[in-house]
Design a protein around this ligand. Structure first.
Ligand code: UDP
Length: 451
């Protein structure tokens, strides 16, 4: 008896398991909720030792049973003794793999639009796809029907946030690991989020930032060049500008980062520009201001440890997970003395990434950088009052000294992104942004006390 590990990612619409040449009735709609029990039932009938993991992904071991076929799934990953084969419905192997003896499975080449023909199915690699912004982009890509492979070292991310993307735990600091991923999967393009991103942390431990962010990106670019992959969307930051001299900040503003985190992002942008000039590697760098909110369907959201960002900390205080909100500084030259920031909804950010990718695919974008913001500034006190009005709960706060390195005001001009990416923000209203964050926060972190 041969045991083969299978991972099946079913279509959004439906799935079916064929046994003895007959479809098992009925089709099981997977667009809504489906219980683990019913999946186990289906699988046990189909001779699977079921081990459903996340939503629509099933993973388990099966004997090679020639009477079982699987249809309407998006990807099948078959692995045995270190060999993995990723199959797509466009592959002729998809319906027959279970009939193949192991020796043949072992010898199969990866059949996954390997010739990368236009209009074919593309596999996109999302590094850091189990993190806050990366996981929203993964969802956006999957919602479009794209095939997604996530790599993440799970140092900050959470496996389940990568949803039903194919997942590999890998560390971009290790070139042998990135090389292995690029050799194993026929990747068509990269969206690169894996990085350390805390400003204060980068001041006390800059080397980690150079090693993770710059070293890790060097490994990604090396592997891309080796595999002849020529498009990457890069998660950059407003931190490349440092203290802005004019507002709103435009892309051509001076770039004088004031901390190692911003320096790493700026250096990577310059690496990407040089790679384009020398090797034709296309790239779009997206400079975010303050990402906020959560997936409107609550499938993913913010979950940092430690949490340092204003909105999730305020929600933590609302839920009793923290005692009070400290407001860092009330003597800034702003209308109410607290810092002003540009909060942009994370789903809008995800949309901009997909547009950037599409621009490179269509050939309209080659090597670009765009600001992504809401175009409007909100002070810390305005955020506090929005959190109070959305949650309906007052909470304790205290003024504390300024936080090192915080500029008084950061507001982006996103005119270029609107023009060249046709980017339109769906979320302009702060209450709406906070509502999505609040919904996620309640789902993710159960309150300790009742209200
Ligand atoms: N902030 C605050 N208290 C907190 C966290 C943040 O007053 O507990 C302020 C911070 O000083 C900044 C704004 O909220 O002015 C946004 O900070 P955040 O860390 O969310 O994002 P950043 O602008 O640093 O990227």
């Amino acid at each position: 008896m041969v045991h083969v590990r299978v991972m099946i990612i079913f279509d959004k619409q439906d799935m079916s398991i064929k046994k003895g040449g007959l479809f098992r009735p009925p089709y099981f709609p997977l667009s809504g909720q489906i219980s683990v029990d019913s999946l186990e039932h289906i699988l046990s009938n189909a001779t699977y030792g079921a081990d459903p993991i996340v939503g629509k992904i099933l993973e388990g071991y099966t004997r090679l049973d020639p009477s079982v076929g699987i249809t309407n799934c998006r990807v099948i990953l078959v692995s045995a003794y270190g060999t993995q084969v990723l199959l797509h419905p466009s592959s002729p192997f998809v319906l027959i793999w279970l009939f193949l003896p192991l020796s043949i499975i072992r010898g199969l080449p990866v059949k996954y639009n390997a010739d990368r023909k236009p209009g074919g199915v593309n596999l996109l690699l999302v590094t850091g796809g189990a993190g806050y912004i990366g996981s929203h982009v993964v969802l956006g890509l999957l919602d479009q029907g794209r095939e997604v492979l996530v790599i993440d070292n799970l140092s900050r991310g959470h496996r389940e946030l990568a949803g039903k993307a194919v997942f590999e735990e890998a560390d971009i600091r290790d070139l042998s690991q990135t090389g292995k991923i690029f050799r194993k999967y026929p990747i068509d393009g990269v969206l690169h989020f894996a990085a350390l991103s805390l400003v204060e942390d980068s001041m006390s431990d800059p080397h980690s930032y150079f090693r993770n962010n710059i070293g890790g990106t060097m490994n990604i670019i090396t592997s891309m060049l080796e595999s002849d992959i020529d498009r990457i969307v890069f998660s950059s930051s407003a931190a490349v500008y440092g203290e802005p001299r004019a507002l709103p900040v435009k892309e051509e503003a001076p770039k004088i980062p004031t901390n190692p985190y911003g320096e790493t992002k700026l250096f990577i942008e310059s690496m990407l520009r040089r790679s384009f000039e020398a090797y034709g590697t296309r790239s779009v760098s997206l400079r975010y201001f303050n990402a906020a909110g959560a997936d409107p369907l609550c499938r993913t959201g913010e979950d940092h440890s430690p949490e340092t960002h204003l909105i999730p900390i305020a929600l933590d205080v609302v839920m009793g997970r923290k005692e009070e909100l400290k407001i860092f500084g009330n003597d800034y030259p702003t209308h109410d003395g607290t810092c002003v920031r540009d909060y942009v909804h994370v789903a809008d950010l995800a949309d901009a990434h997909i547009r950037a990718l599409e621009g490179m695919e269509k050939g309209t974008l080659a090597c670009e950088a765009f600001n992504l913001g809401n175009g409007k500034g909100f002070s810390v006190l305005e955020i506090v009052s929005a959190v109070r009005s959305v949650t309906g709960i007052g909470f304790p706060l205290r003024f504390a000294p300024r936080r090192a390195g915080d500029p008084a005001v950061l507001v982006a001009s996103s005119d270029r992104a609107e023009r060249e990416l046709s980017w339109k923000r769906r979320y302009k209203d702060m209450d709406e942004i906070i509502e999505t964050a609040w919904k996620w926060h309640q789902k993710r972190f159960r309150p300790r006390r009742r209200y």
